[in-house]
Design a protein around this ligand. Structure first.
Ligand code: MN3
Length: 199
């Protein structure tokens, strides 16, 4: 059963002016779609053809002969997760259990915010910034290229794609402006809270 390109969970215009419809069309319909097509071509007629995305990632992680499968599978998973980490009218501080865990793990929301911004802006080259659950504490991490918390036994709660294709049309080289906008206007805390509840 082929891996499918999930539709965006919002309209192409829904995140403007923070993330434009042009960015979403290129990023979802071209970049994300290419990872899905590449992955399906790579696993067709193999023992991974019927595996779930997470199983593919875990099975081929660290296998240098299958780096292409890992990179494309992880990028599909990361992008599915990224679209759900965004919402119109998002951003700012979360509430509920998540707010308590952020205070316990980072001292305050501002402590979390500064740590996430630093990870996202200092990730050299392409990659991802994450809020993850490790044991019973939250942490912020970054991963390079396609790497994903799925391969490292962490539960992802929220992610920001910091590949240039995620922000170049709207922010050119200003990655900090893009990440600040993600934190203040786009982050989907409902999604993060649902991941925490399911963990
Ligand atoms: Mn991307």
């Amino acid at each position: 059963m082929a891996i499918e390109l999930a539709p965006l969970p919002f309209d192409y215009e829904a995140l403007a002016p923070h993330m434009s419809a042009d960015t979403l069309r290129f990023h979802h319909d071209k970049h994300h779609a290419t990872y899905v097509n590449n992955l399906n071509n790579l696993v067709a007629d193999s023992e991974l053809a019927d595996a779930t995305l997470e199983d593919i990632i875990k099975q081929v992680h660290g296998d240098t002969a299958k780096a292409g499968v890992f990179n494309n599978a992880a990028q599909v998973w990361n992008h599915d997760f990224f679209w759900n980490s965004l919402k119109p009218g998002g951003g700012g501080a979360p509430s509920g259990d998540l707010a308590g865990m952020i205070d316990a793990s980072f001292g305050s929301y501002d402590g979390f915010r500064a740590a996430f911004l630093e990870k996202a802006t200092k990730q050299f080259g392409s990659g991802w910034a994450w809020l993850v659950l490790e044991g019973d504490k939250l942490a912020v991490t970054s991963t390079g290229n396609a790497d994903t918390p799925v391969a490292h036994g962490q539960t992802a709660l929220l992610t920001c794609d910091v590949w240039e294709h995620a922000y170049y049309l709207d922010y050119q080289n200003r990655r900090p402006d893009y990440v600040n906008t993600f934190l203040d206007s786009l982050a989907n805390w409902d999604h993060a809270a649902a991941q925490l509840s399911a963990a």
